[in-house]
Design a protein. Structure first.
Lengths: 839, 252
């Protein structure tokens, strides 16, 4: 039996390749994710150990809870120097510095930091060209910044720091060990110490940390203990190795999440793969009915028949896992390479390796998925009565009642789990529900396929080949259904996400046109990263005084501590003006300028905290002592300023930065916003990170991030769709084999090759479009359900992405045409005589 | 040279061999034959005699090693796939032993399939005549699975006739049928030749089937060895029995 299985397997190489390909792709995705994240993790670990290579012990000020750490004084350095075992102690100054390129735009990176520091001559940086900065308007720049911005020694460079744009002369370009331009794609610039202190820390004669080296014979750990003992509490004293590990761990934590996301999509791809394999095995078993029944009639037991099919699956799963693992290592390496050079950053890659997790998961996933998918067809195969072998009759259409009822029940179970999941905000329930719902819908697909396929097919069957193609696709509802269902999964997920994002966009637009009474919005880059670019208060005053401005409101923002709770707070310049602009309605209290010890908050936040007007709230700001505020105003739930505490302007002084992060302008009646915009913009000429936008541009900018999200998800789901396309090819190819004699007959009575190809293409397009229509329907349902569930999160409108949906439909039709190419060529090339005689 | 008046299909010194070198098998060894218009010709011979190969070559389903094949005014030899396809579609009708019909189409759609493929209009009057002759009027909307073997084969006959081809080739058309259904199909083929003037060429190894033909050609080892005109079943059987002793004659 074993031998017979292997022989039968090897005799059908095409079948082997087709059914294995889906598994290969899924396994490739899984192992590729592991290889990619593993390589990146090791690369980052290397990066940070080289970044802290010449740090034996580092001293930084310890931050009190909720407060910004006070910078170090020169006294601390003197203290450290006095510790025995210290070879050197150098004060470090480091802070954000964003270079402005020659085109006047701020130079950005893809995630790597942009910073400035004090040139001490003791760091890892070695001057490659020119000399170190010596005067207050001189800087040295890193090799990477020099290449990215096209700077040479002697050029001028403008920098944004705590202060607005300032221009310096480049006196030198530095590099790192081994002639590297940067350690990890960061953009850095070195100032003289006093300039660095003023621009990066905002104070004279302070430091952000101390780099300590040990003298001969002192271990890092001993040095750390000695320094810590000398300085007392109030300082974090760590060895360079620990620091490197901490920073690497932080990045690796992020990478782990990234890995989970990738694995999630790999899971979707494999889920789709199960459909394909299930289908392939069903078709194979159907085609082998005679062979299996012959074995049965010769005395093979049911168990042996099941064993033979499962064995075939195991062999395919094993081969696919090996190939998939190999391909995954390749893809992971390629992606790591792309990632490391993303945006020109130059992360030095660690060697590519296959972690154990990749190997284990590849084999587990590949074999399990294949065998699970083969069990159903194997069971069916074992039920074939031996006499069926002798009868020529094709497998009759089995009734769809059972499968339909099962499908309805499973879909209902999935829907219920989904509803519960939304209700409980439980992700496992939501994802589980979606998965189960997919299976349910897939089981319902056969019954849907009859009317749907004939409807879709009618559009395509104006000629005889078209009619035949349509009839062929309706011929085996289960096969068509499962092939289409595989396509449905990917398309429905994209559609669902698209519905949510469109609804979010629509909600924001509605909000902007209804509640947002502002004409201009002034904001800095990086609103999403939590550390936005800011501008000075006096600029806001000048905005307010600009001709045509009726009122202007701005706020600075920071995190504050209420007891143990981190909260988001804004220090607003003018509460009444803000209430007008955002159409805030009083729930209790009155709209009046906030006194220095008053705060305002939205209704839902007040309810959650149990606060009402008059409640006392004690807050710890980044600077200064805790302060008690009285709730003065609570506004009716609104879409703007959700989850924000509004503090008086005076509170800003104790924020990490008291500069304005966002400002809003209302123009005087009868004045055009565009004109005012033209007059306001020059005020920010030396601050290229700040943009002045009218309302629609602001909305567009806010919603444009959704497009990026959608694009990412589309890319990640592309594999699931690719596997589904393989499924279409697979089904068609196997159908072509199955219908060899029919094709021979058609050719014998005069069907041209082109007509045969058209027939197969129509069948393919009908299946693909059917899958797309299903996907769109399920995706709409999922999306709308999600939007309903997110109503409280501010998505108040339902927006349907009609254009996108039409695009998916067109893409599906196109995919159908592509998928048909190979099977159609194969069908057209059949030798007529052989085909007629084909058994 | 073209097929002259009165000849529907013609083979001129047709050789056909498969394989090459030592393994070469000669299926047809210089066969020349004229198949007259409006006649029902049967090609007979034992297994391996080359009778099916001859039919396949005549019908443009297989190419010849040397020699020429004509159907009507068309020189079949040397035609490319497109030309062969059009020949099969427009000039030739086929009836196979089994699996003659597309399971997804109704009987009527199966009958008009060659016309539909060629984008031609159905001659309703002729269609009605053919359908009534094969007695399928009340079965037109049925799918093949709902028809008996005999009915299926009659649908195949109707399909072969509906486009009024120069020649209808039938390859063991009764091989899979019981004698009653077989007789119906053969009777219908005979009537088509006699009443509608349809040229029919049938390959068979059944003497009884051959007895319906106007002319029976006997093949052995790739040669035409004998022919009979309007023979009885007994005469055919007798000839078959003595075929072993017959010496091959290159031309009849």
């Amino acid at each position: 039996m074993f031998k017979a299985t292997l022989k039968s397997l090897l005799s059908r190489k095409l079948r082997l390749v087709l059914s294995a390909l889906a598994v290969v792709l899924g396994v490739m995705f899984v192992s590729g994710s592991f290889v990619l994240t593993d390589t990146l993790q090791r690369s980052f670990t290397d990066l940070f150990s080289s970044a802290y290579a010449n740090v034996d012990v580092s001293v930084t000020p310890k931050a009190e809870k909720g407060k910004q750490p006070e910078p170090l004084t020169p006294q601390a350095i003197t203290d450290v120097k006095s510790v025995t075992g210290v070879a050197s102690a150098v004060g470090d100054v480091q802070g954000s510095a964003r270079p402005i390129g020659k085109n006047g735009k701020v130079i950005t990176t893809s995630g790597s930091p942009r910073f400035g520091f004090n040139w001490t001559g003791t760091g890892q940086e070695k001057i490659r060209d020119g000399k170190a900065p010596a005067t207050e308007n001189e800087v040295a720049v890193g090799g990477y910044l020099a290449t990215t911005g096209g700077f040479k020694v002697g050029d001028d460079i403008a920098l944004l720091t705590l202060e607005p744009k300032k221009t310096f002369k480049i006196t030198g370009i530095y590099e790192y060990a081994g002639g590297r331009d940067s350690l990890g794609g960061e953009l850095s610039v070195a100032f003289t110490e006093p300039v660095a202190q003023q621009l990066l820390l905002g104070k004279k004669d302070v430091f952000s940390g101390i780099t300590v080296t040990a003298s001969q014979g002192t271990t890092d750990d001993a040095l750390r203990d000695a320094v810590a003992a000398k300085l007392g509490s109030g300082y974090d004293v760590k060895t360079g190795a620990v620091l490197a590990k901490e920073q690497a761990d932080q990045i690796n934590e992020g990478l782990k999440f990234f890995n989970y996301v990738l694995l999630g999509f790999a899971g979707i791809a494999l889920f789709v793969g199960i459909f394909i394999i299930l289908n392939t095995f069903s078709i194979i078993v159907a085609q082998r009915t005679r062979e299996l029944a012959l074995l049965r009639s010769m005395g093979a037991s049911r168990g042996q028949v099941i064993g033979s099919v499962v064995l075939e699956a195991l062999v395919i799963g094993l081969i696919a896992s090996i190939v998939g693992l190999g391909a995954g290592i390749g893809i992971g390496a390629l992606l790591a390479k792309i990632f490391s050079s993303l945006g020109g950053s130059s992360l030095e890659l660690a060697s590519i390796g296959a972690p154990m997790s990749a190997i284990i998961s590849s084999f587990a996933v590949g074999m399990i998925v294949t065998v699970v998918a083969a069990v159903m067809p194997a069971l069916r195969a074992s039920r074939i009565a031996p006499v069926a072998a002798m009868r020529e009759a094709a497998t009759p259409d089995r009734p769809l009642t059972k499968i339909t009822i099962t499908g309805a029940l499973v879909a209902a179970a999935g829907g219920t789990s989904l509803a519960f999941g939304f209700n409980q905000a439980s992700l496992p329930l939501i994802f589980g529900g979606i998965l189960v719902a997919f299976v349910g819908v897939a089981l319902l697909t056969p019954i849907l396929s009859k009317p749907m396929v004939s409807l879709i097919g009618r559009l395509l069957s104006w000629s005889m080949p078209g009619l035949l193609g349509r009839r062929n696709s309706a011929r085996n509802p289960r096969r068509t259904a499962i092939t289409a269902a595989a396509l449905m999964v990917g398309i429905s997920l994209i559609t669902g996400v698209s519905v949510v994002l469109t609804s979010a966009t629509k909600s924001i637009e509605k909000l902007a046109s209804g509640q947002l009474q502002t004409d201009l919005i002034i904001s800095g880059e990086g609103q999403m990263e939590g550390q936005p670019a800011t501008f000075r208060r006096d600029v806001l005053t000048r905005v307010e005084k600009t001709d045509g401005v009726r009122s202007a409101v701005g706020w600075s923002q920071d995190g504050v501590l209420e007891g143990e709770n981190q909260m988001f707070a804004v220090g607003v310049t003018d509460l009444p003006a803000m209430a007008t602009m955002f159409a805030l309605k009083p729930k209790s209290g009155t709209i009046a300028p906030l006194k220095d010890d008053q705060l305002a908050l939205p209704e839902e936040m007040a309810a959650e905290k149990g606060w009402s007007v008059g409640s006392k709230v004690t807050l710890q700001l980044a600077k200064g002592e805790p302060k008690t505020y009285t709730v003065g105003f609570i506004w009716v739930k609104s879409q703007v300023l959700q989850g924000a505490l509004v503090l008086p302007e005076s509170a800003s002084a104790n924020f990490r930065s008291d500069q304005i992060a966002q400002a809003f302008v209302q123009v005087a009646p009868g004045v055009s916003a565009a004109d005012v915009q033209k007059r306001v913009e020059p005020l920010f000429a030396d601050n290229p990170e700040i943009t002045v936008q009218d309302r629609s541009a602001f909305v567009k900018q806010t919603t444009s991030q959704f497009d990026t999200v959608l694009l990412m998800i589309q890319i990640l789901l592309a594999l699931a769709i690719l596997i589904a396309v393989l499924g279409v090819i697979n089904t068609l190819a196997l159908s072509v084999i199955e219908r060899t004699r029919e094709l021979g007959l058609l050719r014998a009575i005069g069907m041209r090759r082109a007509q045969v190809m058209r027939m197969i293409t129509v069948e393919s397009v009908v299946i693909s479009v059917f899958g797309a229509v299903l996907g769109l329907a399920v995706g709409l349902a999922l999306g709308i359900a999600t939007v309903q569930a997110l109503k409280d999160q501010g998505i108040s409108e339902i927006g349907l992405p009609w254009m996108t949906m039409v695009q998916y439909l067109v893409v599906a039709a196109f995919v159908g045409v592509i998928a048909a190419i190979l099977p159609a060529i194969r069908a057209a090339r059949l030798n007529v005589l052989d085909a007629i005689a084909y058994e | 040279m073209s097929a002259s008046d009165g000849v529907a299909a013609r083979a001129v010194d047709v050789w056909k061999s498969y394989g090459s070198g030592d393994a070469a098998v000669t299926a047809l060894a210089g066969v020349s034959v004229d198949l007259d218009k409006s006649r029902f010709t049967a090609i007979m011979g034992p297994s391996g005699s080359g009778k099916s190969t001859l039919m396949h070559c005549l019908a443009g389903l297989d190419d010849v090693t040397s020699g020429e094949v004509w159907v009507g005014d068309t020189l079949v030899t040397g035609l490319k796939d497109r030309g062969l396809t059009e020949l099969r579609r427009d000039k030739v009708g086929f009836i196979f032993q089994q699996f003659n019909l597309l399971p997804t189409l109704t009987a009527e759609e199966n009958i008009t399939l060659p016309l539909a493929i060629g984008g031609k209009k159905v001659d309703r009057a002729w269609f009605d005549v053919v359908v009534d002759t094969v007695g399928l009027r009340d079965r037109l909307t049925h799918r093949p699975t709902q028809l008996s073997g005999g009915q299926q084969q009659r649908v195949a006959c109707a399909r072969a006739l509906v486009s009024r081809p120069d020649v209808v080739f039938a390859d063991e058309p009764t091989g899979n049928l019981d004698s009653q259904s077989g007789a119906e199909v053969l009777g219908f083929l005979q009537r088509s030749a006699r009443e509608f003037g349809q040229t029919i060429v049938m390959v068979t190894h059944d003497p009884n089937a051959a007895s319906y033909a106007d002319r029976v050609i006997f093949l052995k080892d790739g040669h035409i060895v004998r022919e009979l005109l309007s023979p009885s079943a007994e005469e055919v059987l007798d000839t078959m029995k003595h075929l072993d002793s017959v010496v091959a004659v290159p031309h009849v």
